[in-house]
Design a protein around this ligand. Sequence first.
Ligand code: SF4
Length: 213
Amino acid sequence: MNTNKINYQLLLDREIEQLSSEGRVPTLLLHSCCAPCSSYTLEYLSKHFEITVFYYNPNIYPEEEYERRVAEQTRFISELPAEHPISLRVGEYDPREFYDAVKGLEHIPEGGERCFACYRLRLERTAKLARELGFEYFTTTLSISPYKNAPKLNEIASELGGIYSVKPLPSDFKKREGYKRSVELSKQYGLYRQDYCGCVFSQQERQKATDNG
Ligand code: SF4
């Protein structure tokens, strides 16, 4: 199946409609990469799910940057008024997990195979934890970014959902102006917005682009 043609927002709409008709508010383990990407996603999904945000990002470099993003994520959750409760679980920060996952792919530019391995690492840990803790759904905030490959994220999530027997929630959060809303919310809450994706390679790519003007 050509996943590039699938409208994941439409699939999410249908899932939410179904839940509303059943009058259910299920549990969702939501992987988050940073507070800005979680802002619109949480504003939107917390109307329909009881969410635990899973902050698992061993890709982030350096450690000070990681700590800064965790602090912003924690603050944002505590300040966002939400219809259903949102809690936070911070995963382990062991950058070796990331370097092992992307071994041999380090110099592939952002958006390629290195990123797909990085998506898989974070989604797999999320699906596994969702299964262990008995969540009904799992997904990630990553698809809100125009730089992330939403079909690939959904394809990986769907495969992992089958392996771990947890429902993957379809996502393409940039649709319906989700990205634009995340920029507005970031301003409103004064969130720190980093200028590179997260890993050392993306930081170097960003630096090179800046140097080349
Ligand atoms: S650019 Fe972003 S998604 Fe790609 S490998 Fe680095 S941290 Fe992961």
